[in-house]
Ligand binder design. Structure first.
Ligand SMILES: [Zn+2]
Ligand SMILES: [Zn+2]
Length: 177
């Protein structure tokens, strides 16, 4: 199991898995989500009210340095926010919606192939690869199209609306046509 191998790896590095560290590890491992430090802190606090922010940030740093969790910025959707996920997941690309912030994970052979091609091309030894794709999800594309339509409509109405002091020649003209 994923968590067991993390535990083993920590032991090798001489890191003691305190109860609070374990809570955090389990949270990152089990949610399978990409949570930021503050969300992790809030979740951890529910499990152990004594846990504090400093412990959470320190533990995340330790796990990151130890190569156990990955720190992601997810196209900076949340500004300077960082998100954490376990390194034990199979390599995947993050597909981030820049409108609603939804994050999808793309697993596929292409990523492995890309890795091999880059290694062959540059004679490079890849230790870490991170692929992020930003754009709009299907739902947001629909919403955006509607927003653009509405904005255009407002703009047209604004432009066509004649000044109050003058009569409406446009209407008269269209009647004649
Ligand atoms: Zn979206
Ligand atoms: Zn992920």
């Amino acid at each position: 199991m994923a968590l067991d191998s993390i535990r083993g790896s920590l032991k090798e590095q001489g890191v003691r898995l305190t109860r609070q560290r374990q809570i955090l590890l389990e949270l990152i491992d089990k949610t399978g989500d990409h949570l930021d430090a503050e969300s992790l802190y809030q979740l951890a606090k529910q499990k152990d009210p004594r846990i504090n922010r400093v412990t959470v940030y320190r533990t995340l740093k330790m796990l990151k340095t130890g190569g156990l969790v990955d720190e992601l910025d997810l196209m900076h959707y949340g500004g300077d926010q960082h998100y954490y996920e376990t390194r034990l997941k199979q390599e995947h690309a993050h597909v981030v919606c820049l409108r609603c912030g939804k994050v999808e994970e793309f697993f596929g052979d292409v990523l492995q192939r890309l890795r091999k091609q880059v290694e062959a091309h540059f004679g490079f030894q890849i230790l870490l690869a991170r692929t992020e794709v930003g754009g709009y999800c299907a739902h947001c594309q629909t919403l955006r199209a509607r927003e653009v339509d509405e904005a255009r409509q407002r703009l047209l109405e604004g432009v066509e609306e004649p000044p109050r002091t003058t009569p409406k020649p446009a209407r008269a003209r269209s009647k004649r046509a």
